[in-house]
Design a protein. Structure first.
Length: 293
């Protein structure tokens, strides 16, 4: 089984031309993530179709096309067009209410990272001779997953991703005062694939329930982190994207900034020094990017 891509938390393997296996290396349970994706697909939001889920494994639709980041790098997508796509994806997501029974939170729903490379459904070929994960060699469907549907609604739907989640939950959720919208909480260009059926959002491992403004501000914080890193190859492009993105959003785009900063500070990938200085680094860039309205 060929390795298609690896991210900080997951590896993605090709099963066949239509499906991939996404496996979390730490064994995170995928149940809640799969349920969120299935719910969104049922409401027409563009996510990969979930074929099956069990333990740390999900069998997902294999997507064609590059990530938005790769399209920028290849000169196939401009900053303004990319920002418009991301704003539209935010708006479409935030129009959908969370399930009436409440949103189950994936195993690692607090703390985000700016990945060097997405753990998405496309990526560089794996190293030669890589052994298939245990139990998968020669199988069309990974062992233990055959016939395991995420829910009755998952079959045939058109496709459209830890720590202590209680201790690290943002204030609105700790206090039980969160709104009823689904937030991706890691929606940036490396988590959007430009496929033949349109943009598709991947990696729902950080999804949670809350206020849309927080999701918008998390995207801004992520882009500002990249823009504030001179050695990052996309620093200049990230600054331009941040400006284009914020100035296309409606309402009060910075209304959720404080909560977004708290979520980012909880990211285990940040050092204590980086977490403590996060607001000082990104806030001036974010406020400077927003034109007067």
């Amino acid at each position: 089984m060929d390795l298609l891509g690896s991210g900080r938390e997951a590896d993605v393997y090709a099963i066949d031309e239509r499906r991939v296996l996404r496996r979390y290396r730490r064994g995170d349970d995928v149940t809640a993530e799969a349920e969120i994706m299935t719910y969104l697909a049922g409401h027409g939001y563009p996510v990969p179709q979930v074929h099956a889920a069990s333990g740390a494994d999900m069998i997902l639709e294999r997507l064609d096309g590059p990530t938005m980041t790769d399209a920028f790098t290849a000169g196939k997508l401009g900053v303004d067009d990319g920002a418009a796509i991301l704003v539209d994806l935010h708006e479409r997501l935030h129009r959908l209410p969370a399930p009436s029974a409440g949103l189950a939170v994936p195993a690692r729903s607090a703390g985000l990272a700016v990945p060097a490379r997405s753990a998405g459904l496309a990526g560089p070929a794996g190293p030669a001779g890589l052994a298939a994960p245990a139990g998968l060699a020669g199988l069309a469907v990974p062992a233990g997953l055959a016939g395991v549907a995420v829910s009755a609604r998952s079959a045939g739907l058109p496709g459209v991703t830890s720590g202590d989640p209680g201790a690290r939950r943002p204030p609105s959720q700790r206090n039980g005062a969160s709104s009823d919208r689904i937030l991706h909480r890691d929606l940036h260009p490396d988590n959007v694939m430009l496929t033949s059926r349109g943009p598709v959002v991947i990696d729902w491992h950080n999804a949670a329930q809350g206020r849309p403004a927080v999701d918008v501000c998390l995207t801004a914080v992520i882009m500002a982190q990249v823009a504030a890193s001179p050695a990052h190859p996309h620093a200049v492009a990230a600054a331009a994207f941040l400006t284009a993105f914020l100035n296309r959003t409606g309402g009060e785009p910075l209304d959720g900034l404080d909560e977004a900063l708290e979520i980012r500070r909880a990211d285990p990938a940040l050092t204590a020094t980086e977490a403590a200085g996060l607001a000082a680094v990104v806030t001036p860039l974010i406020r400077g990017a927003l034109r007067p309205r």
